[in-house]
Design a protein around this ligand. Structure first.
Ligand code: ADP
Length: 489
């Protein structure tokens, strides 16, 4: 499976995150620009208005104080010319025709008549009424955006004797925007450029672990269960990565288990084939010899038949053991349990094994602390289980030895079978319950290596366990532990 990212660039998480962040930043920047320009423009205009009104008022006061009060009307023109030259704005003064004593005509730069019907008439009229008036407009005469302020001129008695009109060029909206926009755009672009770089870091931080997890998931899908995300974070992404890592560990464990099972299965087949091969080979050889008619001697023939029968029995035992083991291992196979007296089971097996034990002059000693020891179980299976152990104890003991059987009832039922036989090598000890395991001592020619595996299965199916301890040369002890039957008998 391809590890490289085949998702189209515009569908990639990084790209989407980056785009989201970038668009968000861009919108914010544009909004800030627009709001700023609007406020800046309003503020500038307002300042301009205040400034113009103040100027008009100061000028009007100056006229009252310096000229009207003193009567120095002739000096006004000189002052006016100098002022206009300096200020660069147009100042018009009008005498109020409606006043009782209008302002001296020498101080009026323009006559009210020529103002009539003009666009400034309204402003000047409002000044004549004692108000300040302001207007910002495109002026046809100047062909520019102009701010015009009109203010009343008072005589010493406070009567409105005239009006002053201040005309000044004002930067239009576009000019203000143009001036400030350059600055704002420049700073916004710089801020955006820096933010876009920071956004790359953010987007990478979020998208990189996800693409790492994707690669890990692909690796897992391809069967590489050693693959880990290697992400350590304290957030939800970290949690997810941890989960992916746990998943990979679990998959690895399962894979190991699967391989072990597979190996066990293969071993099992090869063991079964191996165990069957010997008797089949022997049977075939004997049968061929018999078919050839070479052997005529009665005693030899009897020997042949006996050997063939023994091999058939051994095969029968092997197949029987295998069937039983597979039955025991099948969780669907239920053991029919009934109350069983273990003392009775042991009487039974000692009777059966007695003949072989006697042959080797082996004494079987039973120690019991009560005449009846009940447990729930399948009589035949329990008998078979203990029989395997007793058989082995006899098989692996030398002549004239004793086998000690202890039946103890405490909070559990404990059954131990101790022999004084050859013992088990420590290396073999952990394997003796495995299927087909036979120690290399060679004293076990007739065994299939299935006995202890069957015993253990039966013990487990009865809710119990089997343990072994052994000292080589001194003997072995097999100990069973079963839960006590709750009922009293
Ligand atoms: P088998 O049916 O061949 O006896 P088991 O599963 O009963 O196989 O036993 C497995 C191996 O455990 C035997 O081959 C033997 O080496 C060892 N073993 C079992 N019981 C004893 C014992 N009492 N003393 C010494 N070795 C034992």
């Amino acid at each position: 499976m391809a590890k490289e990212n085949k998702v189209r660039i515009y569908n990639r998480l990084f790209f989407k995150l980056y785009l989201n962040y970038a668009v968000m930043l861009l919108v914010t920047a544009v909004l800030i620009c627009l709001i700023f320009i609007r406020l800046y423009e309003e503020n500038t205009m307002n300042n301009h208005k205040i400034q113009a009104e103040n100027d008009a008022e100061s000028f009007s006061k100056m006229l009252t104080e310096d000229f009207i009060k003193t009567g120095k009307y002739d000096e006004f023109l000189v002052f006016y010319n100098r002022l206009v030259k300096f200020n660069g704005m147009d100042i018009w003064t009008f005498s109020n025709p409606y006043a009782l004593t209008p302002m001296d005509e020498r101080m009026a730069t323009n006559s009210y008549e020529e103002l009539e019907e003009s666009e400034y008439e309204d402003l000047v009229n409002r000044a004549f009424m004692g108000e300040k008036a302001y207007r910002k407009d495109y002026d046809n005469i100047y062909e520019k955006q102009m701010s015009i302020v009109a203010a009343p001129i008072h005589d010493t008695g406070g009567n409105v004797v005239g009006a002053v009109l201040l005309l000044s060029y004002v930067e239009g909206q576009k000019d203000i925007v143009n001036d400030s926009l350059k600055l704002i755009v420049f700073s916004s672009v710089t801020a955006l450029a820096i933010s876009f770089i920071i956004v790359i870091i953010f987007a990478t931080e979020l998208s990189l672990p996800i693409s790492k997890m994707r690669v890990t998931a692909l690796e897992l899908a391809a069967g590489n269960y050693n693959s880990k995300t290697g992400i350590k974070r304290e957030d939800e992404i970290g949690d997810l990565a941890k989960t992916v890592d746990i998943l990979s560990e679990k998959l690895l464990e399962n894979e190991i288990q699967r391989k072990n099972m597979e190996q066990m299965r293969l071993d099992f087949f090869s063991n079964v084939s191996h165990e069957l091969r010997t008797p089949i080979t022997v049977l075939r050889a004997y049968t061929e010899t018999l078919v050839d008619g070479v052997v005529q001697d009665k005693d030899t023939l009897a020997q042949y038949y006996e050997r063939m029968l023994a091999e058939c029995k051994s095969m029968e035992r092997l197949v029987g053991d295998l069937l039983l083991l597979s039955k025991m291992q099948n969780p669907d196979f239920a053991i029919e349990k009934e109350p069983v007296n273990l003392i009775q089971v042991f009487d039974d097996i000692i009777r059966s094994a007695g003949a072989i034990a006697q042959k080797k002059n082996i004494n079987i000693e039973v120690n019991k602390d009560c005449p009846v020891l009940m447990m729930l179980g399948d009589y035949d299976r329990l008998r078979q289980m203990f029989m395997v152990i007793l058989d082995n104890a006899i098989k692996f003991s030398d002549e004239n030895k004793t086998i000690h059987i202890n039946l103890i009832k405490k909070d559990k039922i404990i059954v131990s079978i101790r022999d004084e036989g050859i013992g088990i090598h420590p290396e073999d000890l952990q394997h003796i319950f495995d299927k087909f395991y036979k120690s290399s001592l060679g004293k076990n020619s007739g065994g299939t290596g299935l006995g202890l595996a069957i015993s253990r299965q039966i013990a487990q199916r009865h809710g119990g366990k089997i343990e072994v301890s052994s000292v080589q040369g001194e003997g072995s002890t097999f100990t069973f532990t079963f839960p006590l039957l709750e009922m009293e008998f």
